[in-house]
Design a protein around this ligand. Structure first.
Ligand SMILES: Cc1cc2nc3c(=O)[nH]c(=O)nc-3n(C[C@H](O)[C@H](O)[C@H](O)COP(=O)(O)O)c2cc1C
Length: 194
């Protein structure tokens, strides 16, 4: 199975990167291919609202010439997509939000038909927060669920990690939780082959 992960944190070795790496290790150990995109290695500008992607003649890609199409293309080829982000102001990081906005280019509605390139892709969310879950990190879930639904994708689950300080302080229990999350989101994929 092909797992595409997108690290939305600007901190390459921060809390989110650390927890994501634990899950990635579990997927690799289970024999799956893991492809990571650290968003800070790429240029992903915000959506300009040009709607070029929705023109009848458009191919499903974004008209902007930066790295978004590369990452979106990889997501469209994945069996499982994992979006990983710190909680920034009760949502995903601005860097990841830009990519999620640009992903509208993977949907194409036109007279007589429509295409949704993430249809039936499993998508999971992993997030770390400085604060708690209730009234804070959990607020990321409704937009995530809407985004998955819009793409006709499948919500494979989420892991929200509260009370993070620095990566060194993340507990061994959390490494276990990241492994369990990795297993759970795979088993939430009944239609997929091994
Ligand atoms: C700009 C900014 C906004 C943040 N907003 C929140 C927030 O709304 N809720 C929260 O619990 N933590 C918030 N935090 C803390 C981060 O979510 C937390 O430190 C996270 O684990 C950082 O992940 P990273 O090390 O991968 O960057 C914020 C941090 C920054 C820098």
């Amino acid at each position: 199975m092909r797992v595409v992960t997108v690290l939305g944190s600007p901190r390459r070795r921060g809390n989110t990167a650390t927890v994501l790496a634990w899950s990635e290790q579990a997927w690799r150990e289970a024999g799956h291919e893991v492809e990571r995109y650290d968003i800070v290695d790429y240029i992903v500008r915000g959506c300009t609202g040009c709607y070029a992607c929705q023109r009848p003649s458009a191919v499903p890609s974004c008209a902007q010439d930066d790295d978004a199409n590369l990452i979106l293309g990889a997501m469209a080829q994945a069996d499982l997509i994992v979006l990983a982000s710190p909680v920034y102001c009760w949502g995903v990081s601005a860097q990841l939000k830009a990519l999620l906005d640009r992903s509208i280019a993977l949907t194409h509605n036109y007279e007589g038909g429509s295409e949704y390139l993430l249809t039936d892709r499993r998508v999971a969310l992993l997030a770390t927060a400085g604060g708690g879950i209730e009234g804070n990190a959990e607020l990321m879930l409704p937009p995530f669920e809407r985004w998955v639904g819009y793409h006709q994708a499948i919500n494979a689950g989420h892991l929200l990690v509260p009370a993070c300080t620095e990566p060194e302080a993340l507990s061994d229990d959390l490494a276990g939780a990241a492994h369990a999350f990795a297993t759970a989101v795979l088993s939430a994929a009944p239609a997929l082959g091994a």
